[in-house]
Each structure stands twice: as C-alpha cells, then as structure tokens.
Design a protein around this ligand. Structure first.
Ligand code: UDX
Length: 447
C-alpha cells in the first residue's frame, strides 16, 4: 500500500513540502497549531507569496473543485498519528531572543505532541534546521515516550529550499540528504523520494550529526561567499576597482563559480543570518568555537554593508544629515520573488535613513503588507514611479525583475534629482546614465 505522509508545521517549508508530497502521489495530512493558517490552507490559499505554490496546493487540497483530494489539513494530533506512516517535522527554529542560539521550542513541542500518538511502526523525519546533536536527543525522546517504543524511529532530512524557488527546489532537489539509523528508515525515505531520485537527484545517506551539519555548513558556505565578495567590494572602493568585473573574472574559474558572488547590501532573510549564528553558538557549547570564529567576521562584513549603503546615500546627498531629504527605496523584501521581509537588508537601510530624519518612501512588488506591519512609520507608495516622485535620491535595494524593466527616462521626469544608487548591482548602469542619471553602485567606480 502507498505510504501515507504527514507534515507538521505549514509555514514556507511545510506548506511546500505537503503540496509537493501530494504532487508525488502520496496521501498527505498537514497539521498546524495556528487555526487561521489551517483555514486558509483548506481553502487552497497560501499564507505567503511563493511562485507556483498556490497552484500546486489547489491541485491537491481536498474539497477544492477539480483537485486530486490527496492533501488534507487538521489540528488534531491523534488523527495525524493514526493517519501517517512517515511524519515530517517542518516547524521553524528562529533565533532565540537576545541570544545567538536557535529556539528549539517548536521542534520539541511538535515531537512531544506527536509521540503519544505513535502506536505502531512510524518514521518521524526532521526537516527543520537544528543544532547538531538534536536528532540524537529527539530519537531517545521518541523511543521513551511513543507507545510504539523502538518502532517509532527518527531520521534527519535537511531541507535546502530557497524562497522564490521553493516548489522547484522541493520537487526537483539538487540533492537529498538523509541521516538514518536503520535500513528500514533508509528504505522508507527512498520510497518517499523515489521520483526525484529516478530523475537524477543524488541521495546521500549519512549518520545524524552529518545530516544536521550538512545544512548549517551549506548555509555558512553561501554566507561566506557573499561576504567574501562584499569584502572585495570594499577593496574595490578603496582602489577604484570594479567588483562586478572582478566577480565575473574570478567566477570563470569553475572551482570558484559565478553564483552567489553578487556584491551589494548583503544577505538577510529567515535562514542565513540566524543559521550562522546558531552554528557559532552550538560550536561554542561543543568546545569547538575556534573552528567557527570566521563566521563572526562573515556576519560583521554582512551587517556592515547596510551601514555602507546608508553612508553612500548620505555622500550623494551632500554629506550632511538626512533631514528634509526625500529618499525613494525600491524593494523591501530580503530577496526578489518573495514577500518575506525578515531581517531584510533593504528595510534595514530604509529604516536607518528614516530614523535619521530622511523622508523615505518604499515600494515593493509583493512585500508591502509585511513591510508596513513591521515598519509602519515609513512612507509607502503604490508603484515605483510614485515612490520616485520628488525624490532626491533613488535606492535600488531588492533586485526584482520589475525594477530592471523600469524606464529611467520616465522616472527621471518625476524625480527631484537624477541620482540612483544600486545596492544590488543588478541595474543596467549604462541605460540609467544615458537617461541623465548619476549612477553609483557598491564596489564600482562612481557616476
Ligand atoms: C537560503 C539557502 O540558499 C537555502 O538553501 C536554505 O534552505 C535557506 O536559506 P534563502 O533564505 O531563500 O535560502 O535565500 P538565498 O537565495 O540564499 O539568499 C539569501 C540572501 O543573500 C538574500 O538576501 C540575497 O539577496 C543575498 N544574496 C544572494 C546576495 O547578497 N548576493 C548573492 O550573490 C546571492
């Protein structure tokens, strides 16, 4: 009989994973403890903006006309425990307030709520990003508290999905990593992922700590790449070099590669910043903090870029205070094709200028509601053109396609001054210059 799958936690990761599992042909039950989320999902609505996810969900959610009906949602742990053979834990692990370490309370409470309902053989699969050593601890907890005892097994299967590409990354992962302790667990996970494996996704089998470390080390490597190129941008600025050319040139070396070498205001979001911090905190607990002290520097290079953007803006406005200056900000989300503003470098820069007296007007294609919620005192406009109207300087801070397609001549008609600063090295400098704009970008020669 086909495996039945449950997904615990229906945020970015969980909602996407549940829909993808249904797409692969499994019967799926999703659970969340927030009733509003469940109500929305039952109507086929996605709680966030993620390209393709709503369509995928609507194709499978039971009760929606024309759907396969393979995907259902519940808030009832007993129903979930009864239903599933394989339970994926997809709850979030945010940074703990006032600390670097990650907050494991959602994972711990998910496992504690599920355990008493595991009455027969079951595999619980952790997907959340956790401190190394967590899987070992949670496996012991399950064996002790599940009525099925040792038949309630644990596996760790980190998730590498990127926001904006969540559906594609889940259906066609570039690798599947499973930390397992038994052949049975491995066999079940091979069954779950049979389709992507047949399509060529590598399937890497490891022990628990390696599986946990794969995720945090991958994110640390990506963060390092971004901070590396931003450090080079600082040197380019000090020497008159051009970091975009430099990235292109070093990127032709296929040992280095061109991806993740876009200099600018740095990384943000719900993953990279908190994951590298939690990794440092965990290394400290393990007495291995020296191994990761370099991540402190990666973090500080990254955070410094936001301040550099503020200073570049100040310079372009004549060097004094921001009082009375109108600043248009294009972009609020931490990356394009997402409505996520968590730890967004763009909003951080907008906020700093606003708090120093500048009159900031923000426009973002999808992030407006979330931005307004966390930063209600900023000005907001309904379009890029409206944000730019009357501005003394335009900041491009999130690289949406929409911004690359703007007509600099049209914007030039409404701006008070034609000065644009590209914080993402993504605009066509020549096109803006031709339309009479003074164009500056981080790590590139000026005007
Ligand atoms: C990241 C990892 O890529 C993903 O594998 C993991 O599962 C979760 O964390 P995500 O948070 O969606 O995914 O964002 P990502 O695409 O990695 O971008 C992170 C940040 O880095 C963004 O703010 C982006 O603008 C910035 N970035 C990215 C750069 O500044 N320069 C680059 O060259 C690339």
């Amino acid at each position: 009989m086909a495996l039945k799958i449950t997904v615990i936690g229906t945020g970015y990761l969980g909602a996407t994973h549940a829909a993808a599992m249904a797409e692969l042909g499994f019967e799926v039950m999703g659970l969340d403890v927030v009733p509003e989320k469940i109500d929305k999902l039952r109507r086929g609505e996605v709680p966030m903006y993620e390209p393709g996810l709503e369509e995928l969900l609507r194709r499978h959610v039971a009760g929606i006309e024309g759907s396969t009906g393979r995907l259902r949602f519940t808030m009832d742990w007993a129903e979930l425990g009864e239903f599933g053979d394989v339970h994926f834990v997809c709850v979030n692990t945010p940074q703990r307030h006032g600390e670097y370490a990650c907050d494991m309370s959602y994972v711990d409470s998910a496992i504690a709520s599920l355990a008493p309902h595991l009455k027969g053989p079951a595999l619980v699969v952790g997907k959340s990003t956790v401190p190394v050593g967590s899987a070992d601890r949670l496996a012991a907890y399950l064996a002790e508290h599940a009525p099925a005892g040792a038949d309630a097994e644990l596996a760790w299967n980190p998730e590498f999905l990127r926001e904006g590409f969540a559906v594609q990354d889940t259906l066609h992962p570039d690798r599947i990593v499973v930390g397992v302790r038994s052949e049975r667990s491995e066999k079940l996970l091979r069954e779950v992922y049979a389709t992507p494996v047949e399509e060529g996704s590598p399937f890497v089998v490891t022990d628990f700590p390696t599986a946990e470390l794969v995720k945090t080390s991958a994110n640390s490597f990506l963060a390092t790449k971004i901070s590396f190129i931003n450090a080079m941008a600082e040197l380019c600025e000090a020497t008159g070099g051009d970091v975009a050319k430099l990235a292109e040139a070093i990127g032709y070396d296929d040992r280095i590669g061109r991806k993740f070498l876009r200099a600018g205001i740095g990384f943000g979001g719900g993953c990279l910043p908190k994951d590298i911090r939690a990794f440092m905190a965990r290394a400290g607990e393990l007495g291995a903090d020296q191994a990761l002290t370099f991540l402190r520097e990666i973090d500080s290079i990254n955070m410094r870029q936001r301040g550099r953007m503020v200073e570049l803006t100040r310079q372009e406005l004549g060097g004094g205070p921001f009082l009375g200056k109108r600043v248009a900000v294009l972009g609020a989300t931490f990356k394009p094709d997402s409505d996520d503003v968590r730890d967004s470098p763009a909003l951080n820069v907008a906020g700093q200028i606003h708090l120093q007296g500048g009159q900031v007007t923000v426009y973002d294609p999808k992030g407006m509601d979330n931005a307004r919620r966390i930063f209600p005192t900023l000005g907001y406009a309904d379009s890029a053109l409206e944000a730019v109207r009357g501005a003394h300087v335009v900041l491009h801070l999130t690289e949406w396609q929409e911004f690359r397609e703007l007509d600099p001549a049209e914007l030039g008609e409404v701006a008070a001054e034609r000065v644009v600063l590209d914080g993402r090295n993504a605009l066509d400098a020549e096109a803006w210059r031709r339309a009479g704009w003074r164009f500056r970008a981080m790590g590139r020669p000026g005007a």
